[in-house]
Design a protein around this ligand. Structure first.
Ligand SMILES: *[C@@H]1O[C@H](CO)[C@@H](O)[C@H](O)[C@H]1NC(C)=O
Ligand SMILES: CC(=O)N[C@H]1CO[C@H](CO)[C@@H](O)[C@@H]1O
Length: 416
């Protein structure tokens, strides 16, 4: 999704200046200066210290407990996918928020950007998901004045570490908190918090310029990985969706980052590398050029996967709720799956998204089915959850994001 972030920031700026806040708008939180009064029929709910949201009054009683495991029984796995399948090791959602407001650097927490809601993490853990991708802005972590190899912004780093610890600590929480003791959630079930730096507009760009110095990029990753090296449930996602950069150049930067991460002493964590052309699965073996170079990726600790993204609308951008056909998911992944098999590599579908309609739901089922049948895909993440999506058609943010009612029970839960 490449076009939504700016308009969303604009909407938020509006909602903070009017007298009463519309449904899904922000109504409170640290640093928030707008109205705290919600429209009639909605109630201001605190999602975390930094973000309160006007939610429909009827849906406020138990935001974490709706759509619990009962929904899986109405959609048994066998009915959507046959044959022998390998369960995903990692299955979850993207948690947007910290990368919002990308035209304001550094921006103001609670106004321009936010961190994911712990209640959203709880909701997905309670439903059996185990992986959360956390996009953040490189320019907020590494202020341009200090540059790529300078010191990190302590406050933003601390926000990132807080949500990461919350996620990776969930295994322990699952034992003590009854609410998560469903059979779907064995203790220590959480597999990972995926750290994903996307950049302002064209990814693999820092402070307005394409990153080209592999040494500096390697150092940046050494510095970041050393902050998380003791947490084996962290996953390093080197860079979100590079594009308009030759595949070989992207490969060189990815390989440098892998080397830098391992050099920091972070040797137990999974690393995800992405290719050029927005790391699209459908163009992996063709126009992107990725398949010609990424077979050579090397990890001294042998714990790496190729991250790809796939949307099911006509231009593959994830901006339309209309899917090309009910088998477009499986067909767009097919060549990439064969390439992974031929190169003895593992894949990771870091983003998949589609509309809440019958054609799209069948198409998502087909994609996940093929992935589990192939055995080469470690996992998949839905795009996207996060507190500020409002009525965005792919939002799976509880309690009532657009994808909660149908996508969650019909297209995702059968693959847990
Ligand atoms: C890359 O960055 C390093 C460290 O800042 C510097 O020494 C080196 O000259 C740079 N390389 C190029 C090609 O600019
Ligand atoms: C295709 C897509 O939705 N990509 C998004 C992935 O995450 C980053 C971070 O929010 C977005 O900026 C991309 O647009």
């Amino acid at each position: 999704m490449k076009f939504l972030l700016i308009s969303l920031a604009t909407t938020l700026a509006f909602s903070s200046s009017v007298l009463s806040v519309a449904v899904w708008g922000q109504c409170g939180g640290i640093g928030f200066t707008g109205s705290t009064v919600c429209d009639a029929g909605t109630t201001c709910i605190e999602l975390n210290a930094y973000y309160s949201q006007c939610q429909p009054s009827t849906a406020t009683s138990a935001p974490n407990t709706i759509q619990s495991s009962t929904t899986t029984s109405t959609a048994p796995s066998s009915s959507v996918c046959s044959g022998t399948r390998t369960k995903f090791e990692f299955f979850g959602v993207n948690e947007s928020g910290a990368e919002f407001g990308n035209t304001n650097i550094p921006g103001v927490l609670g106004t321009d950007y936010t961190w994911p809601s712990p209640s959203s993490i709880d909701f997905f853990v309670g439903n059996g998901f185990n992986t959360f991708r956390i996009p953040f802005l490189m320019e907020r972590l590494s202020p341009p004045a200090q540059g790529l190899t300078g010191s990190f912004d302590a406050t933003y780093l601390s926000g990132l570490k807080t949500i990461v610890s919350y996620i990776t600590g969930k295994g322990a929480y699952a034992v003590v908190d009854r609410e998560y003791s469903s059979p779907l959630v064995p203790p220590s079930y959480i597999k990972g918090a995926v750290l994903n730096p996307p950049l302002a507009h064209n990814f693999m760009i820092y402070n307005g310029a394409t990153i080209s110095n592999t040494t500096q990029f390697q150092t940046w990753w050494t510095n970041l990985a050393s902050q998380f090296k003791t947490d084996s449930h962290v996953i390093f996602d080197v860079m979100n969706e590079p594009h308009d950069i030759p595949a070989q150049t992207v490969f060189n930067l990815m390989q440098a980052a892998v080397n830098g991460i391992r050099a920091s002493g972070a040797t137990s964590q999974l690393i995800l590398v992405e290719g050029t052309s927005y790391t699209g699965a459908w163009t992996w073996t063709t126009s992107s050029g990725n398949s010609a170079v990424f077979g050579a990726i090397k990890d001294p600790n042998n714990n790496i996967a190729i991250e790809m993204h796939q949307y099911l609308d006509s231009d593959g951008s994830g901006t339309s709720a209309t899917c090309v056909s009910s088998d477009i998911g499986a067909s767009r992944l097919q060549d990439a799956t064969q390439w992974l098999q031929a190169n003895n590599l593992k894949g990771f579908l870091g983003e998949i998204g589609a509309g809440s309609n019958a054609v799209c739901i069948t198409a998502v089922q087909g994609a996940l089915c093929e992935m589990q049948q192939s055995g080469v895909w470690l996992g998949a993440l839905w795009w996207a959850a996060g507190p500020w999506w409002g009525t965005y058609f792919q939002s799976i943010e509880p309690p009532s994001g657009a994808a909660i009612a149908q996508i969650l029970p019909q297209a995702l839960e059968p693959f847990l």
